[in-house]
Design a binder for this molecule. Structure first.
Ligand code: OGA
Ligand code: NI
Length: 357
């Protein structure tokens, strides 16, 4: 197909509306970064930052229920109170599955555009599956250099019926085998602030589960683009598998950015806004972003756990009592979510929606 890339509307339609994705653009022979992808200076990442952070040292989760319980708990708590992100090993997800996940992500995106475009949100045969490019491309100043497919979980039967064939089995297995670990980490964090959640409330807070596969095509000029802009995740906890290419950054307290280096066999766990709200600000959602690279195409596979849309979220009473102040309002998670998905990524601005006046 001959595409006139001089024309920005044609380009936007080709990439976003017709679902060719950034990958389609690169596959068409594009060897420079077109204007709609060029980030304002303030968002660019000039050079890969060699600096790493505490998250370079993974936490061994197999020690959580043994004699080292206290130490491991301390590590999880400290990371959640500061960076909002850590890496885990011995997490209960098989290493073989981790490899299969990366392969199937590549397999999904390697399909011809028309096989993926059926999942564009306007036409997807299932409400559970959505394929697209960038975050809210219609509203962004510059489009993110990323294609993705997201798979919402309701139950096994619907997942197997609706999720895309190249990834459904492994994605479902990943979701199921990591959920125990996610619940355990949430329990540890709650216990630490003196909260015991009843089963029903816990299930309500963890009721929305989604697996994404992100694809960051190799980029001719990484210094001009961004894979994912600065943001925090909206839910409770995110578990993320990244491949060996690297490029995931977290913002430190002092405003600098540090890389969360890929570690073979490890998973990244990060705190989302909901957990920050519930804990009245004690736990910090991680502000993170992704750099693009010209070394190859990167894949990552996050699992998002978030409350049911109808769940009330707000600082937990036990914590407010101790703190003497509620730093966030109580609201329905669906309202938080609607606001979150309604605007381009802008760091932790998403939390302002819930801030107490
Ligand atoms: C996300 C995200 C990071 C990555 O999908 O929310 O932050 O490494 N992804 O792809
Ligand atoms: Ni994220």
């Amino acid at each position: 197909m001959a595409v006139n890339f001089e024309d920005q509307t044609t380009l936007f339609n080709f990439v976003v509306k017709q679902g060719n994705g950034v990958k389609g653009l690169i596959d068409s022979g594009m060897s420079c970064v077109p204007k709609p992808f060029i980030q304002p200076l303030s968002e660019r990442i000039a050079t890969p930052n060699a600096r790493t952070c505490e998250a370079a040292q993974p936490i061994d989760l197999s020690q959580l229920d043994g004699p080292h319980h206290k130490e491991v708990t301390k590590q999880i708590v400290k990371a959640s109170e500061t960076l909002g992100v850590f890496q885990v090993v011995n997490h209960g997800v098989s290493l073989e599955l981790l490899e299969l996940l990366k392969t199937s992500a590549h397999e999904f995106f390697a399909q011809p555009p028309e096989k993926k475009a059926i999942y564009l949100k306007e036409v997807s045969p299932s409400k559970l599956v959505k394929y697209g490019t960038s975050f809210v491309p219609e509203k962004e100043k510059a489009i993110e250099w990323k294609d993705y497919v997201s798979m919402l979980y309701t139950n096994d039967r619907e997942a197997l019926q609706h999720w895309p064939r190249p990834c459904r089995d492994v994605a479902l297995e990943f979701l199921k085998s990591s959920m125990e670990m996610v619940k355990r980490v949430v329990e540890v964090l709650m216990e630490n602030i003196g909260v015991r959640l009843e089963e029903g409330r816990m299930n309500g807070l963890m009721g929305t589960k989604m697996v994404n596969m992100n694809y960051y095509p190799t980029c001719p000029s990484p210094e001009l683009t961004i894979g994912v802009g600065r943001h925090s995740d909206m839910g409770m906890l995110t578990v993320l598998l990244q491949d060996g290419i690297g490029g995931l950054y977290v913002k430190l307290d002092n405003g600098e950015w540090a890389e969360i280096p890929p570690l073979d066999g490890a998973l990244v766990v990060n705190v989302g806004d909901t957990l920050q709200i519930l804990s009245n600000g004690r736990y910090k959602s991680a502000e993170h972003r992704v750099r693009t690279t010209n070394m190859g195409s990167r894949v990552s596979i996050p699992i998002f756990t978030a409350p049911n849309p109808s769940e009330k979220i707000g600082p937990l009473p036990e914590v407010v009592k101790r703190d003497g102040v509620a730093r966030y309002k109580e609201l329905l998670f669906q309202d938080y979510m609607y606001n979150f998905f309604g605007q381009p990524h802008d760091g932790k601005k998403s939390l302002d929606f819930a801030r107490a006046d």
